[in-house]
Design a protein around this ligand. Sequence first.
Ligand code: NCD
Length: 308
Amino acid sequence: MNLTGRSFIEPPDFSVEELDGLIDFAGEIMAKPSAYAERAKGSLLATLFYEPSTRTRFSFEAAMLKLGGQVIGFSGEQSSSAAKGESISDTIRTVACYADIAVIRHPKEGSAKVAAAAAGIPVINGGDGGHQHPTQTLTDLMTIKLEKGRLSNLKVGLCGDLKFGRTVHSLARALCRYDGIEFILISPEELRVPDYVKVDISGAGGCAYREVERMQDVLPELDILYMTRVQKERFFNEEDYIRLKDSYILDAEKMRLAREDMTVMHPLPRVNEIAAEVDSDPRAVYFKQAKNGMYARMALILSLLGIE
Ligand code: NCD
């Protein structure tokens, strides 16, 4: 696997073998982090976050620091020259004068691709609007592999805001390239998966899916339930958000309908969609998932920088 100098904008940028290689590498780092503590010494990561973030930004920063590298960046466009009207291309060209690798999160779909085209250094998409979030997917694939021991032959329920939820779009695109995956898409009619994602998941060699509205009907058949929050910031009016925000609430009672070995995932942040009482259920792995994300990003940074 050689990912040196490449960018990661959406999951299909990497082959299944390359994704598997990254997941295995992340597992090796997790098993012996001290062996990697100096690997990125002398390298600089830039974090360009035009949208709020806790896990993605902190896990990238923690990843680089734990590899012995350093980090510069901004959080909120008001603190960069974007507030003066600078384009993404000009900002990233400037950042590339100082940093060796950059992560960008931006509210506009396609922004990371624009940045990658202008950068001349590896650019990682930390979320572009309601489009894609490939490093969350890397985290999710790693978590599934660790929890289930495989990335094939799984029945996966994706639940919540499947229209605007970029983590779902990226995960569906990545997982459908593995064998025997079946998706159950659980959402209100208005928050269904966009057609372009459906085309991807059902395309050549793709996987089966069905769309349902009631979570309870399908809970007993799932290997994995991937919950998501309703994406308030992407709604055009608040009334629709208020009407749809509590469409699904996973609680202890509903968990009784699920299999003993079902895994509950969530990219976080959660709002109301998972009751706090579920956190102590051994099937709930969302905080483990957040931790895995740091190791997945350590593996990605080292690979894109070409450091063994
Ligand atoms: C997600 C995101 O930003 O898309 N968060 C994350 O990176 N873990 C999910 C969300 O905001 O709902």
